[in-house]
Design a protein around this ligand. Structure first.
Ligand code: GLU
Length: 311
């Protein structure tokens, strides 16, 4: 088996906490223990939430913790052309449609459809793993109406027609799509469960799902390590890989770090940041123990290990 190329792909919306450090360490160890490559990608396409100072802070925390990465850091905002090309291909395949709905429009449509379930455009549950499923309102809009609204300057997102896309991908593949997960085994992709996800916006020509799928391919990532909170997203990523002819990596969705109450660490729950732990005088080794890992250079069983020579 060839040595994997893994990556850590933080969004600089704040400083790293223990959960991020643990996630980075999963990717780092999977690569280093097998003599592979560990890449770093900064996912900062959402300029309203991401900050350069957080990005610099993340790099500084990773260095402090002893995690070295290979090659240049890829910053998504510097590669918008790559994503635009992918959007263009999907558009040519007639798998995208403009959507003008606000959150309020979507909530109202869902409430209406809930009263008349037979009206639901996509059969199945009203709620997807990332919130309410888009009820398909704009999918039914006449093309001329959509063009008129775009010409008048209306804001919009481009949604993937997931039914049509999944049907096309399965037809080409001669059956359902699968991915291999190190923890969960062979998983059948069921992208319809996420509904018509947004793949690009008027002001940001891409989205998390699209950029991650394109980047993992372009960076030659062969093993995607990320938390189980993103497991559902892989169903859409697998579909995009099939539609765009991208390489299919292996996946390892690792458990999340929980706090003493068994709750998942997240910024909104005031998890201590690596920066604040450093400010309290904690060493890298202490921080690793708090994240459930031994210091870098030691394996989980405590054996010393060299990480040199893999770069
Ligand atoms: N940027 C995402 C995050 O910070 C992670 C993306 C991924 O690993 O696929 O949650």
């Amino acid at each position: 088996m060839t040595a994997p190329t893994t990556r850590f792909a933080p969004s600089p919306t704040g400083r790293l906490h223990l959960g991020h450090a643990a996630s980075a360490r999963h990717g780092f160890e999977a690569a280093r223990q097998a003599g592979g490559r560990f890449l770093l990608r900064i996912e900062e396409i959402d300029g309203t939430r991401c900050r350069r100072e957080h990005e610099d802070g993340i790099l500084d925390d990773l260095r402090f913790l002893g995690l070295s990465w290979d090659g240049e850091v890829r910053r998504q905002s510097e590669h918008l052309d790559d994503y635009e090309r992918a959007v263009e291909r999907l558009r040519e395949m007639e798998l995208l449609y403009p959507c003008f709905c606000t959150r309020a429009d979507i909530a109202a449509e869902i409430a209406r459809a809930a009263c008349a379930p037979h009206d639901l455009p996509v059969p199945g549950p009203l709620a997807g793993p990332c919130g309410p499923l888009y009820p398909g309102t704009c999918r039914r809009m006449a093309r001329e109406d959509a063009e008129r609204r775009i010409a008048s300057g209306a804001g919009y997102g481009l949604r993937l027609d997931v039914e049509r896309s999944a049907r096309l991908a399965e037809q080409r593949n001669g059956g359902p799509l699968f991915w291999h997960d190190r923890g969960a085994g062979r998983i059948e992709a069921t992208p319809r469960a996420l509904g018509d996800v947004v793949l690009a916006r008027k002001e940001i020509p891409t989205s998390y799902h699209l950029a991650v799928s394109v980047d993992d391919h372009l960076q030659g990532v062969t093993l995607v390590t990320r938390g189980t909170d993103l497991f559902h997203a892989t169903h859409i990523h697998r579909l995009l890989q099939a539609l765009l002819g991208l390489d299919v990596p292996e996946y390892d969705h690792h458990p999340l770090v929980l706090d003493d109450r068994g709750e998942r660490l997240a910024k909104r729950r005031h998890a201590p940041t690596i920066r604040s732990l450093r400010d309290e005088g904690r060493t890298a080794a202490e921080i690793w123990r708090m994240a459930g890992w031994p210091p870098v250079g030691e394996t989980r069983s405590g054996e010393a290990e060299t990480t040199d020579g893999h770069r």
